[in-house]
Ligand binder design. Structure first.
Ligand code: F6R
Length: 366
């Protein structure tokens, strides 16, 4: 049932080109210049009239929510707040009937997310679910929703659920951008075409597997690891760090690259690998200077760059190239090498990749 792969996690990492396609199939209609999603179409005014969108989720799904925050604000110009479901529900949050709440959950059973939904409903908000498991509690508890269609995710570490959640949220943001007139017809069409090109780019990113395995060999005995990114790739840094800690038990932290000088830079020495996502459009020069700061303190740089990069290549100890995308779509591609890196490191450390200690696939306790 692992389809020839050694672990579910690896199988699910490799399924991503297909899973992303399955997620936008029938929804992304580029030739008709249309995004069709029943859950949105039937409640369009709720979204276009919303004062703001509040996203609630936990773990990896929360990271997908952070990516969505950038996409919704950047493309659709709707204010977004992203909340840990567990904090949101215990904080007496200000919610009104003019708010739209989006709950993101692979399993659809996460207790804190479910409780946050119930609270938001009590306060009169419209609640929209982005779930993977069909018929799950969250799918049933929300007013409307869109499934991710990633197929079953068995590995405890979430991979294809993350990229398909981002795919659904991107479709929604694009639709709203068009609906609100923020996007012209041609801009909209251009983004739809680019999104259709993502699965092939993910496929290419997967081809760096052998290179990443060699990098994993170098750093498998590290005790700490830092992940840095800016803009759209800041949540990718957080997700990369979470993936590494949960399956390899190496302590890892994700940071917005510019925050490094406000503290974490003190940690850097020759023992510290730093994974930097340095895509060309995402404040590239700033990230290059962050890399120089790390180098001058003997830190080791593993850089994820767009194909054809020059500046970072000269500075980094290891470079993983992924196909270039427009910045809003880059997390779908830059996250792939980070998933593979944590997989290989965990494997080399003899960890149970699919069932890491202390973790469960769905967290039904609060
Ligand atoms: C990370 C992971 C967890 C889940 C979190 C939310 O790899 O698996 O952090 O992302 O427990 O789960 P769902 O999305 O099912 O609500």
């Amino acid at each position: 049932e692992k389809g020839g792969y050694d672990h579910f996690m690896l199988k699910e990492i490799y399924e991503q080109p297909r899973a992303i396609q399955d997620t936008y199939r029938g929804r992304l209609l580029a030739d008709q210049g249309l995004v069709r999603m029943a859950g949105i179409d039937n409640h369009l005014e709720k979204f276009t009239n919303a004062d703001r969108i509040i996203i609630v989720a936990c773990g990896t799904s929360w990271h997908a929510g952070l990516v969505a925050e950038y996409i919704f604000e950047d493309l659709a110009r709707i204010p977004v707040e992203v909340e840990y479901a567990s904090e949101f529900r215990y904080r007496n949050p200000v919610i009104t009937p003019n708010d739209v709440v989006i709950a993101i959950s692979q399993s659809g059973e996460t207790a804190d997310t479910l409780a946050a939904i119930k609270l938001a409903k009590e306060k009169g908000a419209f609640v929209f679910g982005v779930c993977n498991v069909v018929g799950s509690s969250i799918a049933r508890e929300t007013h409307a929703g869109a499934y991710t269609h990633a197929g079953p995710e068995i590995g405890v570490a979430s991979t294809k659920a993350f990229t398909t959640q981002i795919t659904v949220l991107t479709l929604i943001a694009l639709k709203l951008a068009k609906e609100k007139g923020v996007f012209s017809e041609s801009e909209f069409h251009e983004m739809l075409t680019q999104l259709e090109g993502v699965p092939a780019k993910v496929e290419r990113a997967l081809q760096s597997n052998d290179l990443i395995e060699a990098i994993a060999e170098v750093y498998k005995d590290s005790t700490n690891c830092l992940y840095l990114g800016r803009g759209y790739n800041f949540p990718v840094a957080l997700e990369g760090a979470l993936k590494l800690k949960e399956i390899s038990y190496i302590h890892a932290e994700g940071y917005p690259a510019a925050e490094m000088k406000h503290g974490p830079i003190a940690l850097i020495d020759e023992m510290m690998p730093v994974v930097v996502i340095a895509t060309r459009k995402g404040h590239y020069e700033k990230v290059v200077s962050n890399i120089q700061e790390i180098k001058s303190r003997q830190g080791k740089i593993i850089a994820v760059v767009f194909e054809g990069d020059e500046s970072v290549k000269e500075l980094a100890d290891h470079v993983v190239e992924v196909p270039a995308t427009s910045e809003p779509l880059s997390p779908l591609v830059t996250t792939i090498p980070l998933q593979l890196l944590s997989y290989h490191i965990a494997l080399m450390r003899g960890c149970n990749v699919d069932q890491p200690r202390n973790l469960a696939k769905s967290v039904t306790v609060e």
